[in-house]
Design a protein. Structure first.
Length: 279
């Protein structure tokens, strides 16, 4: 017996390293009209590096600032947090314990370190760092004490995958919590012109719904960190990476197990081909 075309498409997708959860999802992928990408950990490698440590309060040394920041970030699973911890480890700094840790999705983290309330997160839009760097502000007991600039690289295949997505007339869009300055350079390097920056997780969902009201069917591609609302509210939610959390794996409609963004245009094509066979 021959396999129904949508099931054959699911099998093909599986061979490419994309787990598509159902025939309904497989079909939806083919009717997508825009693909919205998250930035950090999705279009980028997700192994960013701290490139600048700027002390803003003369009471603190550079080492003290980095130690405070890394201690507060250590419990976080965010790629930016990992970058801060790695920077401290490189300098062999001893990290004091952090307690009362909380992650604020799309904003940053807060924790109590050495008797101080430390908050780390998105810097105000007017803070200037080198283009393409993500500026992260460190506050101690409410006062800004330091600024970290963090650089992330696009995944090697990101520009090709974006071009292939556009060639299928599914227009790529970038949705990010990063600043416009930080996101703009990555967008340019991967070839996305529609960039929506400074978004909190729920704002990403709003953007997707707004495009939906304008008649678009928007697939969302994310690494899962802070992406649950957009993932759940999109036409098709696609999680990238083996590092995705259980919640993400549950919320996503499809999971890219092999970390290769080219699989996205590939599965859209598989779906369209299957639909042509059906109709
Ligand atoms: P993206 O939308 O690019 O994937 P996120 O939504 O995960 O980014 O985060 C948005 C912004 O919030 C980051 O650019 C950063 O400024 C800030 N942020 C989030 N988590 C952290 C963290 N653990 N440490 C520092 N800053 C963070
Ligand atoms: Mg992300």
């Amino acid at each position: 017996a021959t396999m129904p075309p949508l099931l054959a498409a699911i099998a093909n997708a599986g061979r490419q390293g994309v787990l598509v959860k159902s025939a309904v999802v497989m079909e939806r992928l083919g009717t997508t009209t825009k693909v919205a990408f998250d930035k950090t950990g999705t279009l980028t490698r997700g192994t960013p590096e701290v490139t600048e440590v700027r002390v803003l309060d003369a009471e603190l040394t550079r080492e003290e600032l980095l130690r405070l920041a890394a201690a507060a970030e250590r419990p976080s699973e965010h790629p930016l947090a990992a970058a801060v911890v790695r920077a401290a480890q490189r300098e062999q700094l001893r990290l004091p314990p952090a307690d009362d840790f909380a992650a604020l999705p799309g904003r940053g983290v807060t924790a109590r370190v050495a008797g101080h309330r430390v908050e780390i997160g998105a810097a105000p839009a007017d803070v200037e760092v080198q283009p393409g760097r993500t500026p992260v502000l460190v506050r101690r007991d409410g006062d800004p004490v330091g600024l970290l600039a963090i650089a992330d690289q696009p995944r090697p295949e990101a520009a090709d995958a974006v071009a292939a997505t556009r060639a299928l007339t599914t227009e790529p869009v970038l949705l990010t919590g990063d600043t416009a300055a930080g996101a703009g350079e990555i967008a340019e390097r991967v070839g996305i012109t529609d960039v929506r920056a400074g978004l909190l997780p729920d704002d990403k969902l709003d953007e997707i719904q707004r495009m939906g009201s304008a008649g678009h069917r928007v697939a969302f591609v994310g690494d899962g960190i802070n992406d649950a609302p957009a993932m759940a509210g999109s036409h098709a939610g696609i999680a990238v990476g083996g590092a995705a959390s259980d919640l993400t794996l549950q919320t996503a409609d499809a999971v890219i197990v092999r970390e290769d963004l080219n699989t996205i245009p590939a599965v859209i094509e598989f779906s369209r081909r299957a639909r042509r066979v059906v109709t």
